[in-house]
Design a protein. Sequence first.
Length: 251
Amino acid sequence: MNVLDLNHIRRVFADDNKNKVTALKDVSLSVDTGEYVAIMGESGAGKTTLLNIIATLDKATSGSITLNNIDLNKLPEKQTAKFRREHLGFVFQNFNLLDTFNNRDNIFLPLVLAKKKYAEMEQRLRPLAEQLEITDLLNRYPYEISGGQKQRVAAARALITKPDLVLADEPTGALDSHNTEKLLQLFEKVNVQGQTILMVTHSAAAASHSKRTLFIKDGQIYHEIFKGDYSRSTYLKKIMTSLTALSSKEE
């Protein structure tokens, strides 16, 4: 079953008719429930614009987009924040944690905004904190912990709402190799448990943890690779070969 469907998405930015920039030309894609999809492409290819449209932070110029059969183009502006809280989880490169809140309250924030009871928030947090190995960090503040720990706290905040889809925007960009591997292993683990993930990344190694990799070029889906029965190393090689081909076509 598809959780996400995009059909002929186009996004044009324009101050006037003379200064049009077409960020997305014609993007169609579907993501099944329980999939783990990576999106790759050069800077300016349209990855961030695509993610922003899926996140309801931007609207397509034309085309249709549905999340669990909800037409996002018809979603009233006043309901978009509520929709994001209830259906989407976000993991960002720069963590987006509030230093004035301890880590527990950072994780609880989307549930507080959704007016959930404290007992329910604690019940949801307990197994998640154990899984992410952050139980002993909950009473500390973001400025007191490492980058890798911050990203695990951010992941908990994204997962605690039990979202239909987790959107990860360069989630390993600010991490060292050790913490990158830990985060990607976490993503794999929650994906096996049924969580759907869509990740934008520049890293072929990060993409090799996904089940499918899409390549975007000049505002269009250029190519895709399924992991299938490939080993991680073989899948990584295929991703790198596709990136090389993508770069050579741009020269």
